[in-house]
Design a protein around this ligand. Structure first.
Ligand SMILES: [Zn+2]
Length: 265
């Protein structure tokens, strides 16, 4: 897929150049990187043939997504001061999600990471400081992944098993390095695109999420935007009314294989 990062409006390019982790920068995601043939199109998520790994050890009920109408909501770029409100919306409704956290944000808000882990959310890596790792040399990619693994392991007691490269900027080379760090690579099927101009009210995020939801899909959002966090409660209510069970990515995919890309392209 053509990387549209260079087509950002100038202020966003500037933000990126300044190394901002503000993920309005995720705005170049004009389309999901995986469509059609991913789990959204099939009732059977990909099951790796070797090296199965147990799910993280946070307390989560068993869910059989072959029988249940599962969906995985995922939140990137946190934790942030908004994250506790997001966690409450899920726990109040006995739902869960996956949080792809930045290592530096986890260091800034360690208690929120611990709270999320205790409450059964899946904690995953979004690299340390939100760089496009496909542009980095091997040693820097390894640093982004190992440092974030170490930060999250220190806070949660276990190493993450999933990484989502910022901007989905990945290659077979970065996937391989992720594999060497015990990480499967997870992108997404669809998104309400909560970084796009005009997608900045809870009502719009709720509406778009419901329109773009489908069985076994992985949806991308960001727990740094107040509209996204405010949309969580009504969105979860509506999805549950439609019969969805909200699960973590690992519950949806089953055991994942380090170095492999999910959903399958
Ligand atoms: Zn991001």
């Amino acid at each position: 897929m053509k990387n549209p990062r260079w087509h950002l409006p100038v202020p966003l390019v500037l933000l990126l150049a300044l190394g901002s982790v503000g993920c309005a920068a995720e705005g170049h995601h004009s389309a999901p990187p995986v469509t059609g043939a991913g789990p959204a199109a099939s009732s059977t998520p990909p099951v790796p043939s070797s090296m199965p790994r147990p799910a993280a050890d946070a307390p989560r009920p068993e869910v059989d997504c072959a029988k249940e109408k599962c969906i995985a909501l995922t939140y990137d770029d946190g934790p942030s001061p908004l994250t506790p409100k997001l966690l409450k919306a899920f726990t109040d409704r006995k739902a869960t999600a996956t949080l792809f956290m930045l290592g530096n944000a986890a260091e800034t808000y360690p208690q929120i990471v611990k709270q999320a882990q205790t409450q059964g959310f899946e904690i995953a890596s979004h690299t340390y400081d939100h760089k496009a790792i496909s542009d980095l040399p091997d040693a820097k990619v390894a640093w982004e992944l190992s440092r974030t693994n170490a930060v999250l392991q220190k806070l949660t007691g276990s190493k993450p098993t999933l990484v989502r490269p910022p901007y989905a900027a990945r290659t077979s080379r970065t996937d391989q390095i992720a594999g060497a760090h015990g990480l499967a690579v997870v992108v997404w099927n669809n998104s309400p695109e909560d970084w796009v101009a005009g997608h900045d009210t809870a009502a719009i995020i709720t509406k778009l999420t419901l329109q773009r939801a489908s069985r076994n899909s992985i949806l991308l959002m960001h727990d740094i935007h107040p509209w996204t966090v405010d949309a969580a409660a009504p969105t979860i209510d509506a999805l549950q009314k439609q019969g969805y069970t909200l699960v973590t990515v690992t519950q949806l995919l089953g055991a994942t294989k380090a170095g492999t890309l999910y959903p399958a392209a």
